[in-house]
Design a protein around this ligand. Structure first.
Ligand code: NI
Length: 172
């Protein structure tokens, strides 16, 4: 099976906004399967289409990826209908932001809507880790990274570090 390449910061594709899926066909199912495999191989708890260079609104997640009870969830055209409360998501990380973690403010609970991979409408409440993962992945579909939600100073320090690393690997 072909893994998808995960784009990493500062790749400009990560700032794109995903377009709504209008047609769930075999090609889309194939992308979903490859996204799931890429997420499990990484391993990560969630992956958004924008991260793998696909500008359709799709995300996959499994908040127990290393567990025996892992269960793949697919959300197409996901939307946060309402959110409540605030929590500090401690040490949040991202497959597109290597070697970096930071605390991010997130809503405590959210009401989600979307459709599953067969086109069936979904509507559910999420809280705890699931709510945080969904907010993080939906951010990706809007071209936003978790480092866009931390202080400018911290973000600039990370940016400098990455640019230095990229220069170094160019010189080798
Ligand atoms: Ni991410």
């Amino acid at each position: 099976m072909n893994m998808l390449r995960i784009h990493t910061f500062p790749d400009s594709f990560l700032t794109q906004t995903a377009k709504a899926v209008e047609n769930i066909d075999g090609k889309l199912q194939d992308i979903i399967d490859r996204m799931a495999q890429t997420m499990y191989a990484a391993p990560g708890v969630g992956l958004a289409s924008i991260q793998v260079g696909v500008d359709k609104s799709i995300l996959v997640y499994d908040i127990a990826p290393r567990d025996e009870n892992r269960e793949l969830h697919v959300l197409i055209n996901p939307k946060i209908i309402s959110s409540e409360g605030e929590v500090l998501s401690e040490d949040e990380g991202c497959l597109s932001v290597p070697d970096y973690r930071a605390d991010v403010k997130r809503a405590e609970s959210i009401l989600m809507e979307g459709v599953d991979r067969d086109g069936n409408p979904l509507r559910f409440d999420a809280e705890g880790l699931l709510a945080i993962v969904l907010q993080h992945e939906i951010d990706h579909l809007n071209g936003t990274l978790f480092i866009d939600r931390i202080s400018k100073l911290k973000r600039e320090l990370y940016k400098k570090r990455i640019i230095k690393q990229l220069k170094r690997s160019d010189e080798q």
